[in-house]
Write a protein that binds this ligand. Structure first.
Ligand code: PRX
Length: 687
């Protein structure tokens, strides 16, 4: 329950008068009033918001229809079924034609190298999107087809996703840090007919030959009897198809020169590969949108699953539009003159919802950043904030913890006076990092929106609102409009008042995922089976005496490394591919910057020795299989693993060993106690 009065007391942070002035939701009472409306009459609440958008055919049938209870039949959720619209039309044409925002900047693009930048207006974006949508149609794709997009943070990535949305094609964006194996797996699962990629890019000093990785993925697909028809390659670094790559060391260090000094290493396959710019040359910039049902799929985005096989989370057109647009407006208290910067990559849900669709639906100006917070120096974020006069800054706790290490001086070199609102996402933020963000970055004037949500939820679920909800460092505070959380105990009973347990949601909000692509059964069993009648988040949660929610972290076999969700099973199966490994057990381990990291126990096959070379080989194996984000920090030799008599590995015990905690709790079910001492003595002590 939401308290009747505005929470006050020690450790509670209230908005300044400046923040409250003209806020969409000016105080706690107003939040409560709107929240109750959204819960008591969702149809009226969301119906009013829906009217702000363009519908080719308005909704006449049922506004919301759903079943959340597996014991009563199949799970389904339908918002505004029968109404037709187009998401791309709403975020571009509507802004250009109706709202007269054609000349407004949609994106300031800031490259990896300082000084490498450009901007695109709403009109310019609409033109490019229409052209590329025509290009795709000319390639023969049609509504409902799937396309994989594997690109760095370049404007063409936004163009590609919106072009898909325009013609009703389902985009499946794969983060450009994923490996060829991960890309291949995602292409195969969603049967994508086209891959859109780029020549290459830089991450800080490191060159990533994206085309080569993409080629490798397509080769792996062919080996598994699946052929992707076309690979469209956007030129980002100015690479050419007929020359070989230069060594990084021979590259001139001047920023702009660096982007154009690399040549393409991957061979050009003229049957499959086509340059983006060649296709765009003669394409028309007029393109009639495909009118889609509100419940038609918009995109698939893969997220880790506890079985190790990624899950293709599927979102739909209508509900996703309403929810991302509304959360963006209220959570960041968006005003037309704001300059908003979300540092997430579009390859993750945060980029989809809050760098692309949400801000665009509001006609906002965003900064899109290709680079790293520490390149070429640790002031890069603050420099960019001053450069574009950023008002709203949304980043991950891991980035804050990383930058904290360098002290206040690099921050204070820049004024940051344009900042009004700060945000975090992706993992719990520890109070120390929260306070540094608040005191040092925000100069104690900018409220921090700690937004809890998931790929599956499509948008913010538990979050403060800048002027309305007083903050407690580390708490995602209260539910957003339309969200009804509950905390359950192991038996599935709802806990009232102060409590800790499983975080679930009791009814659908517009942007809840509708299924897992091609596997509705897995959707039902993952999210609805454990507690029938509820959507199960997989996170633990505590509610304090004031009704504030505190996310305590995953309670399944998932872990959150630098805000990226990974499954321990996925990493174990990568380790098991090495001929030396007989058994592997991976647990999460605290990390001062990443939040959590991977601690792996491996049992070797006879005849293999645990050496530094093997450790390096195993780390490389995981990087290659999943991507650099999954690189283990620790790999420990485990001649034996702690198992129950039925053979189940006791990960809880392994977590204690990794942390050198001698109190292992109840070990009565352990089959062989003797492995424990050996594991303690083999612990990895340093990184
Ligand atoms: O454990 C929660 C954590 O990130 C998970 C979702 O990960 P993903 O689907 O990759 O989406 C990340 C971006 C929305 C959640 O189950 N998480 C996300 N935000 C927070 C969080 N944990 C605590 N506080 C948050 N604000």
């Amino acid at each position: 329950m939401i308290p009747d009065r505005t929470p006050v007391g020690r450790g509670v942070y209230h908005a300044t008068a400046e923040v409250a002035k003209g806020a969409h939701v000016p105080n706690f009472q107003k939040y409560k009033e709107l929240y109750l409306q959204s819960i008591q009459n969702p149809e009226e609440f969301w119906g009013k918001i829906a009217k702000e958008y363009y519908w080719k055919t308005p909704n006449t049938g049922s506004f919301l229809d759903y079943n959340f209870d597996v014991t009563k039949g199949n799970i389904y959720i339908k918002w505004l079924e029968g109404a037709t619209t187009n998401l791309c039309y709403n975020v571009l044409d509507r802004n250009v034609n109706e709202k007269k925002l054609g000349d407004k900047i949609a994106y300031y693009w800031e490259g990896n190298e300082p000084g490498d930048c450009m901007q695109v207006t709403y009109k310019g974006l609409l033109q490019q999107v229409c052209k590329f949508a025509n290009v795709l149609r000319a390639q023969g794709v049609k509504k409902g087809d799937r396309i994989s997009i594997y690109m760095p943070m370049m404007i063409e990535l936004v163009v590609a996703m919106l072009a898909c949305a325009r013609i009703g094609v389902i985009h499946s964006i794969v983060f450009a840090g994923f490996s060829s194996e991960s890309l291949c797996e995602r292409i195969l699962d969603s049967h994508c007919s086209i891959l859109i990629t780029a020549d290459g890019f830089f991450r800080g000093d490191k060159f990533v030959n994206l085309k080569q990785i993409a080629d490798e993925a397509l080769r792996k697909c062919r080996e598994r009897n699946y052929t992707v028809g076309k690979c469209i390659v956007a030129k980002h670094l100015g690479l050419t198809e007929d020359t070989l790559i230069d060594e990084a060391s021979t590259c001139p260090q001047s920023p702009a020169a660096k982007r154009s000094c690399y040549n393409l290493q991957a061979p050009w396959n003229a049957d499959v590969d086509i340059w983006w710019h060649e296709l765009m040359k003669d394409a028309s910039d007029e393109c009639e949108p495909e009118w889609c049902d509100a419940e038609d799929p918009l995109f698939i985005l893969y997220t880790s699953g506890s079985t190790g096989k990624p899950k293709g989370v599927q979102h739909t057109v209508g509900g996703y539009l309403l929810y991302t647009a509304t959360t963006f407006k209220y959570v960041f208290d968006y005003k037309p003159d704001d300059v908003y910067w979300c540092t997430a990559d579009i390859g993750w849900i945060t980029g989809h919802s809050y760098l692309a669709y949400g801000p665009l639906a509001n006609g906002a100006t965003s900064v899109m950043f290709e680079g790293l917070p520490t390149y070429p120096c640790v002031s890069r974020f603050w420099e960019i904030i001053d450069k574009y006069k950023v008002t709203t800054f949304y980043t991950a706790p891991t980035a804050i913890r990383l930058l904290m290490k360098y002290g206040e001086e690099p921050v204070k070199r820049f004024s940051r006076e344009s900042l009004k609102i700060l945000g975090t996402v992706g993992e719990p933020i520890n109070p120390e990092a929260w306070l540094w963000y608040y005191n040092v970055v925000g100069n104690r004037r900018c409220p921090i929106m700690d937004t809890f949500w998931q790929t599956e939820t499509g948008g913010h679920m538990m979050t403060p609102l800048p002027a309305a909800i007083p903050l407690k460092p580390g708490s995602a505070t209260f539910p957003f409009f339309g969200v009804v959380p509950a905390i359950l105990n192991e038996s599935g009973e709802e806990l009232e008042g102060e409590a800790e347990g499983y975080l679930v949601f009791k009814r659908p909000w517009p942007s809840i995922m509708r299924t897992l692509y091609g596997n509705h059964e897995r959707f039902e069993s993952t999210y609805f089976k454990k507690f029938p009648g509820y959507f199960v988040t997989g996170d633990g949660c505590r509610r304090d005496g004031d009704g504030y929610y505190w996310i305590t972290g995953r309670i399944d076999d998932m872990l959150n490394v630098s805000g990226h969700l990974l499954s321990t099973a996925e990493v174990e199966s990568a380790l098991l591919e090495d001929a030396a490994v007989a058994e592997a057990a991976v647990v999460s381990h605290p990390h001062p910057v990443k939040g959590e990291c991977l601690y792996c126990f491996v049992t070797l096959r006879d005849g293999h020795e645990f050496t530094k070379t093997l450790v390096a080989e195993l780390k490389a194996k995981v990087r290659e299989k999943i991507g650099p984000i999954a690189t283990p920090d620790y790999i420990q030799n485990a001649p034996g693993l702690p198992k129950t008599r039925s053979g189940k590995i006791m990960r809880r015990v392994l977590r204690h060993i990794a942390r050198n905690e001698r109190d292992l709790g109840d070990t009565s079910t352990l089959a062989d106690e003797t492995v424990i001492e050996e594991l303690f003595s083999n612990r990895c002590r340093t990184l």
